[in-house]
Design a protein around this ligand. Structure first.
Ligand code: SAM
Length: 209
């Protein structure tokens, strides 16, 4: 929690996009489908931060699975390596785990992931960037696979009346993008009240081939 605040705020609240790491209840909602699926599974986590969801993913991995992570903040990468990834490799060296330091827009990744879990602060992005990242994440997910991300409940409605006209328009476009995707793909969302702030885990299933 302190690492998240210290190094997250140093990089700027815009890039980190949260006042606290996700709680255990939200991490469980994000990993529910992964827990229910039999292996082998290819998993991608985008924006792992200091590892609030990563720990829950690692717990599920078995021989035959593989796990990639993409994190922009170099200090968060150092923490993830030391706290989670290096100890995991020591325990289960047969499961390949690869951490990419950089922006998910730029890092080269091979598509075909069964599960893509994303915690990017979309509310702070331009609608154009958000749309292009979501398009990329959908392409990276195999047909019939799942893309899961979270949205803070009510945050957009609370922010809207206080924001400038331009910011309101940005929030409206971000909201419209998520709604359109939820209509186009098979989707469900789970409200997690036991999180600060409460959040929805949004799950999108890509069409089977
Ligand atoms: C809201 S925090 C989530 C942290 C953690 N997964 C959690 O649930 O508590 C968002 C994370 O996304 C990272 N991030 C922001 N923009 C990114 C980008 N373009 N590519 C990869 N990571 C990014 C931030 O550095 C931060 O660690």
């Amino acid at each position: 929690m302190l690492d998240f605040l210290r190094h997250g705020l140093m990089k700027g609240a815009r890039q980190t996009g949260a006042i606290a790491p996700s709680g255990a209840a939200l991490a469980r909602a994000m990993t529910a489908s992964l827990r229910a699926a039999r292996g082998p599974r290819r998993v991608l986590e985008v924006g792992p931060g200091t590892g609030a969801v990563t720990g829950h993913i690692l717990r599920e991995l078995r021989g035959g699975d593989s796990f990639d992570l993409v994190e922009l903040n170099a200090e968060f990468c150092r923490i993830l390596e030391g706290r989670y990834l290096a100890p995991f490799r020591g325990r289960l060296p047969q499961v390949p785990v690869c951490l990419f330091e950089g922006a998910v827009e730029d890092v080269e990744l091979e598509s075909g992931y069964d599960f893509v879990l994303c915690a990017l602060p979309f509310n702070n992005f331009s609608p154009t960037l958000m749309r292009s990242i979501l398009r990329r994440l959908i392409k990276l997910t195999r047909p019939g696979g799942e893309l899961c991300f979270f949205e803070y409940a009510l945050l957009r409605s609370i922010k809207s009346p206080l924001a400038s006209r331009a910011a309101r328009e940005r929030i409206r476009r971000i909201d419209a993008t998520v709604r359109a995707l939820r209509r186009r793909l098979v989707s469900d969302r789970e409200l997690v009240l036991r999180n600060v702030p409460p959040a929805y885990a949004v799950r999108l299933r890509t069409p089977a081939a």
